[in-house]
Structure formats: structure tokens, C-alpha cells
Design a protein around this ligand. Structure first.
Ligand code: ATP
Length: 248
């Protein structure tokens, strides 16, 4: 087994009397797609907020690439390679797909977006942006205005924007939510293509997709991880079937 890139130890987050994450322990390894599944209200969003740095845990620790990041800001985590793909809101809707990606590449290269030419040459910038567009399946839409893309294509652009930051671990929070069947089908190869260059932590309600793409699955119920294992192990786990899958 490769070294863990992300290690959660005893993460606790309470909202008043409600324990949203209850001593969560989890290890994600380099090059793997690890999915977290669980019923509504299980604590998945609360967990991903703590990992990305949007929410501070009450107790417990988060280690990324061997370093303690529990009290690090979201920005510091992104710089270290721990990146969450946000929903749509990250996209500049009035400019092209290529310009969106070029801005993200430019931002990664360490200069303010107001100083367009500072860190890398314009041709290198657009070459990288174009390569990312190809990777996320938007090679034919580079000149399209981002706001005019179909919903599923905008989701792909979000993944592209996250890739522009050169993540070591990509947090994908319900990337297929609200997508039509054909759109989610085309998302699966994209998620698969992210490894082994990047590790992926996937939160997704589409169980068919999860069981197809994930190498490992952890099941969160009422704030606790009740099982972690390969898709086959999770499918065959009696406790999981009772607590969750049986209800699907
Ligand atoms: P879903 O699949 O429906 O998105 P989830 O697994 O992401 O659910 P969370 O959104 O993390 O679950 O919520 C976990 C629990 O914490 C739920 O009972 C929820 O009502 C509660 N909760 C979430 N955010 C808050 C908040 N800001 N204040 C109070 N309670 C909250």
C-alpha cells in the first residue's frame, strides 16, 4: 500500500448538541479514488468542509502529505495541493473556456490575476490551459463562452480549474449532482483519468457511479465511519446494507 496522502484522526465537529462528525478516522492513499457515501445528513459535507479548511474541527487532526494542516487556511491547503472542486461558482461565466483555464493556471503560477503577463509566458500559459481543456474533454469547446456551456460541461470546466492548481488530492463534492444520465456517464472516464497523477476523494450520491470508479469506499452514517473497503467488501457488508444500501 502506498503512503497515505491524507490522514484524518478523530475528527469531531458539533453543531450545538448534534455531533456531525464523530471521531472520524480515514486514510486516503496517493493515486487512489476514495469515495465517501452515506445517507442524507450523515455528515459528508461537514467532513469535506473540514478537509478543505472551510470549517475548523472541534477536535482531531488532519495530516496532508505528512504535514499537520488542521489549523492551516484554505489557501495554504490549496498551495500544498489539497484542492476542492467547487460548484459552478468558480467559473467566470462571461469569458471563454480557454481564458478561464488560463486565469487559473496564471493564478497557480503565483501572480495576481491583474498582472496577466507576470509569471509565465503567454504561449506557455495558453498551451497549459489547452492541455487541461483536452484532459477534461473540453478540447472542442475552448472558444465557447463558459456561461453558455451545458451543465455537465461546466462541471468538467470546474474540474479543469481545480487541475490548473496542480492538486495532489482533489476533493470532488457531488460532481454528478443534477446531471442528465448521458452527462454523468461521460463524467466517469474523466474521474478515472485523474488517477494515478492525482488522488481523488469523491462524495457522490450516484451509487452506480461510485461503485464503478472508486478503489475504496468509506461509509459514513450519523457522523461515524461504519465501514471502509473495496467496492466488493462494501457491497457485501451486512451492517452497511442495513444502515444504508438496503434503503436505496
Ligand atoms: P447531504 O447528503 O444531505 O448533503 P451530508 O451527509 O452532507 O448530507 P451534512 O450536511 O454534513 O450531511 O450534515 C450533517 C448534520 O449536521 C445534519 O444533521 C445537518 O442537519 C447538520 N448541520 C449541517 N450544517 C449545519 C449547521 N450549519 N448548523 C447546524 N446543523 C448543521
Amino acid at each position: 500500500m502506498t503512503q497515505a496522502i491524507l490522514e484524518l484522526r478523530d475528527l469531531v465537529k458539533r453543531y450545538g448538541g448534534l455531533v456531525a462528525t464523530d471521531h472520524v478516522n480515514l486514510a486516503i492513499h496517493a493515486g487512489e479514488i476514495h469515495a465517501i457515501i452515506g445517507p442524507n445528513g450523515a455528515g459528508k459535507t461537514t467532513l469535506i468542509h473540514q478537509i478543505s479548511g472551510a470549517l475548523a474541527p472541534d477536535s482531531g487532526s488532519i495530516k496532508f502529505a505528512g504535514k499537520e494542516v488542521t489549523r492551516r487556511t484554505m489557501h495554504e491547503r490549496v498551495a500544498a495541493g489539497l484542492v476542492r472542486s467547487y460548484q459552478i461558482t468558480n467559473i467566470f461565466r462571461n469569458i471563454s473556456v480557454l481564458d478561464n483555464l488560463a486565469l487559473a493556471v496564471q493564478a497557480k503560477n503565483g501572480s495576481s490575476m491583474r498582472f496577466w503577463r507576470a509569471a509565465i509566458s503567454e504561449s506557455a500559459l495558453f498551451e497549459e490551459a489547452r492541455a487541461i481543456a483536452e484532459r477534461v474533454g473540453l478540447g472542442a469547446q475552448v472558444t465557447a463562452i463558459a456561461g453558455n456551456l451545458a451543465h455537465g460541461e461546466q462541471r468538467k470546466l470546474e474540474v479543469g480549474l481545480a487541475l490548473a492548481t496542480a492538486p495532489r488530492l482533489l476533493l470532488l463534492d457531488e460532481p454528478m449532482a443534477g446531471l442528465a444520465h448521458e452527462e454523468s456517464a461521460s463524467f466517469i472516464p474523466l474521474i478515472e483519468s485523474l488517477v494515478p497523477s492525482h488522488a481523488v476523494l469523491l462524495i457522490e450520491h450516484d451509487m452506480d457511479a461510485v461503485f464503478r470508479v472508486a478503489h475504496r469506499i468509506s461509509v459514513l452514517v450519523a457522523g461515524r465511519i461504519i465501514a471502509s473497503g473495496t467496492p466488493d467488501e462494501i457491497r457485501g457488508n451486512e451492517e452497511v446494507r442495513k444502515a444504508y444500501l438496503g434503503d436505496e
